[in-house]
Design a protein around this ligand. Structure first.
Ligand code: AMP
Ligand code: ZN
Ligand code: ZN
Length: 338
């Protein structure tokens, strides 16, 4: 293990960020186990008071679609967010008063994906094909949003546990359609372009390494990235070069469902059901063919074990106390039958 190792600084060539690895900053990796064994934002919540439970559809904002369609015993529902950050009923307008200040109207989409009708079921409790249905719901919604003229980027994300930002415990994720390209996306694309220009390769097609590998499936592999910003961070990467998540087909959705389930279960066992986030990093809608060759989508899972402090906010650099190869070894060795 890395406790005796010297600090090291690594560059994440995908996000273009520097990360400091400093085992001295942590107690042993096992001490990072979630302090809160139950990350439920409201442990007393129950299906009788939960708007996301089956039978409570009338307490939710309008439905966009459900899977399967037109049945009362749905498996997945995509609904409007009752408290949206951006509003679909606003006109998109650039109201920048001059070139020094940029102002857009608050137009955009903010949806909720209810991943299961059952209150007490986590995403990782679902079968691989049920998780596949959730992923296909993301795909369908992204395709719908791609038809909206002013949409630039869609961010899919999940907050699990109060300290990962969740306000409701019923298993759900969110989709935001944005009329601008967020800064993390622009810097990721720039960094991947630089890698491509230097090496003539896509950084993610090249990222697989035995030391960092956790597991693999027919179409995907999971790794701890070489310059992970967060302890036990995991990336699930398509083996075949693909720029946009919404190109996923039904077979790949089930295959990804299997690997995602496995990674969530491994994190839950190794770190005692930690609060976590996952994010799908896809490409902006309007990309020319020359940009497609270096943009490769992936899914990032971040267990929330460390606190972001002044250094991180000030510098944009993260300090990770766990070397990625040690985290990958621990996660590879978590064994159970699915
Ligand atoms: P989170 O805060 O990550 O747990 O996500 C839950 C989301 O559900 C929040 O963004 C809320 O605004 C949204 N929300 C809460 N109640 C409802 C409801 N009844 N219908 C639709 N969205 C809701
Ligand atoms: Zn519920
Ligand atoms: Zn690639």
């Amino acid at each position: 293990m890395a406790t005796g190792r010297n600090p090291e600084v690594r560059k994440d060539v995908i996000f273009g960020k520097w990360v400091i690895f400093s085992p001295a900053r942590a107690r042993r990796p096992s001490d990072l186990k979630s302090k809160n064994p139950n990350p439920n934002p409201n442990p007393n919540s129950s299906s009788s008071s939960c708007p996301f439970c089956i039978g409570h559809e009338h307490e939710c904002a309008p439905e966009i679609f459900r899977i399967p369609q037109n049945v009362s015993n749905w498996k997945v529902r995509v609904i409007e967010n009752l408290y949206p950050a951006l509003r679909r009923d606003q006109q998109f307008e650039n109201r920048s008063p001059n070139s020094q200040s940029c102002v857009l109207t608050g137009f955009g989409f903010h949806d909720v994906v209810i991943e299961t009708p059952n209150h007490s079921v986590n995403l990782s409790d679902l079968s691989e094909s049920e998780i596949g249905d959730v992923l296909l719901a993301y795909k369908e919604r992204i395709e719908q949003l791609s038809c909206q003229g002013s949409m630039k980027y869609v961010q899919v994300f999940k907050n699990h546990g109060a300290s990962a930002g969740a306000s409701l415990s019923h298993s759900h994720s969110q989709i935001m359609g944005l009329p601008f390209i967020p800064p993390t996306v622009s810097s990721r694309l720039q960094s991947m372009k630089e890698y491509f220009d230097d090496s003539s390769n896509c950084g993610l097609c090249n990222i697989r390494s035995e030391e960092l590998l956790i597991d693999e499936s027919i179409h995907f592999f999971s790794i701890v990235p070489f310059a992970a910003s967060f302890p036990f961070e995991i990336w699930i990467v398509p083996r075949e070069h693909s720029s946009h998540f919404h190109m996923l087909d039904n077979e790949k959705a089930v295959d990804l469902g299997r690997l995602l389930k496995l990674m969530l279960m491994k994190l839950s066992m190794q770190l005692k059901d930690p609060p976590l986030n996952f994010m799908i990093h896809t490409s902006p809608f309007q990309l020319t063919d020359s940009h497609l060759s270096y943009n490769h989508w992936f899914l990032q899972i971040v267990p929330q074990l460390t606190v972001v402090g002044g250094f991180e906010i000030g510098s944009g650099c993260y300090i990770n106390p766990v070397f990625p190869e040690d985290a990958a070894k621990l996660l590879r060795e978590v064994n159970f039958s699915m």
